[in-house]
Design a protein around this ligand. Sequence first.
Ligand code: SF4
Length: 240
Amino acid sequence: MAKEETKKNAEKNAQKNGKTSADETEKKKLALEVIERLKKEYPDADCTLDYNEAWKLLVSVRLAAQCTDARVNVVVQDLYAKFPDVEALADASVEEIEEIVRPCGLGHSKARDINACMKVLRDQYQGKVPDDFDALLKLPGVGRKSANLIMGDVFHKPAIVTDTHCIRLVNRIGLVDGIKEPAKVEKALWKIIPPEEGSDFCHRLVEHGRDVCTARTKPHCDVCCLQDICAKNGVAKLES
Ligand code: SF4
């Protein structure tokens, strides 16, 4: 049997037996170092969507799909001026909401989801946002990314938010190996990130992804605080 295959089988067996593979141990070590460095670099990293009540974060996170957080923060001001609470948004028509949220793109489906979601909060949760991951996932328009964001930011519970920056960076750094599907990235990160660090770590990845490890230009590895420990997977291709 080839050496590589033997190693893979040993790792599979170790995982089956509840033991941690050598690869996972290395990734955990790397993750801890990345977490510490990003903490120093971005001590105040936080959610960039403005909200002062949990339900408003639910609305904003739905509007943020394929839209910038900055634009969402402007649009919600008009939305809340007209519909200031859960009840008002639940009672509004989809068209009335759509009229205001259109600048965020995908206006109709976002308006429909926000309206349906607020109806569920009003009718099943006394206007409150449930602090349970599975209950959040059942809300209209709420996927794993949004549910994790709410769990981490609102309820300060363990959370891994796999947005586009997170997925790009953890692959480049070498914390995951060529995984692009958000749910699979989330699963891989749960194994190597201490749960209490997950939420802040993901916010810091967003900042680092915007400022340094950028998507549209080649990443600025020369000024990156991770440059000596990062695998830089796929970066050479971007530079050529
Ligand atoms: S070293 Fe380069 S690829 Fe790695 S995180 Fe920094 S900017 Fe991104």
